[in-house]
Design a protein around this ligand. Structure first.
Ligand code: ADE
Length: 244
């Protein structure tokens, strides 16, 4: 898979892609990530990429020409072109799975007060937001999307199937995890996890996942695939019951 990130600040983006899981995936050739300087596609001696907004108002707006030139030079027939934009569709794990099956994703990082609207209208397939808050630019959102997608690619995570099992994959948040020591500052690891009884452990984890999701993200429970018993458990939580 290839991912291009088009930005005015390549030096902001590159280091985050050189380390850890993503850095190793690149080094092993599991993903081809290219960070592209938008200024290389700007015209004229000064390679200007932004200008004042028509109609007045504060701030600067990214001009359409460099973005069109960059996308037209980089895009392949299979490319999904995505503008990072706080007004876009909210990024989810579901979207990450969809993008992970694409051959080529082109992420455009906006800057300044915004991007000329013709980019959204005529150039991109989608505009994506990583949350209901405004950052200074699309670089961090492009990194969030890249990280989320790359770790789903075959061979990237050490543990096969790991990504399928984790939070959101089944519509619930993950249950608590513990490692050594068994006791830390008086807090013991739940006995069930040390019991070796795998059926019991699986049941405990599912109940914990339900409880956590109910407490932190009850909206996810509305859409989760739950059995009758699990729905009853959630009704219990609503009445103040706690898991074992
Ligand atoms: N650019 C600025 N804020 C953003 C956000 N929340 N998501 C995507 N791109 C952005």
């Amino acid at each position: 898979m290839r991912i291009d990130i088009v930005t005015l600040f390549p030096a902001l983006v590159e280091p985050a892609l050189a380390e850890s899981v993503i850095g190793r995936a690149r080094a092993r050739g599991l993903v081809d990530i290219r960070v592209v300087n938008l200024r290389d596609y700007a015209e004229g001696k000064h390679r200007v990429t932004d200008d004042y907004p028509f109609g007045g108002g504060g701030g600067m707006v990214l001009k359409p020409e460099p973005l069109f030139a960059a996308v037209e030079a980089l895009r392949t027939p299979a490319a999904r072109v995505i503008l990072m934009d706080p007004r876009g569709r909210l990024f989810t794990q579901q979207m990450a799975w969809e993008l992970a099956s694409a051959k080529h994703v082109l992420l455009l990082a906006g800057r300044y007060e915004g991007v000329d609207e013709r980019v959204s209208e005529m150039l991109v397939d989608d505009a994506v937001s990583i949350g209901d808050y405004v950052l200074t630019g699309g670089e961090l959102p492009a990194l969030v999307v890249t990280d989320t997608v790359v770790r789903l690619l075959p061979g990237v995570l050490g543990c096969p199937g790991g990504a399928e099992r984790e939070s959101f994959a089944g519509g619930l948040l993950e249950p608590p995890q513990y490692t050594r020591p068994e006791e830390f500052r008086g807090a013991r690891v739940p006995a069930v996890l040390l019991s070796g009884d795998h059926a019991h452990i699986e049941r405990w984890r599912r109940v914990q996942a339900l409880y956590r999701t109910w407490r932190a993200r009850p909206d996810l429970l509305e859409r989760a695939d739950l059995t009758e018993d699990e729905r009853r458990l959630v009704d219990g939580f609503k009445r103040g019951e706690k898991p074992e």
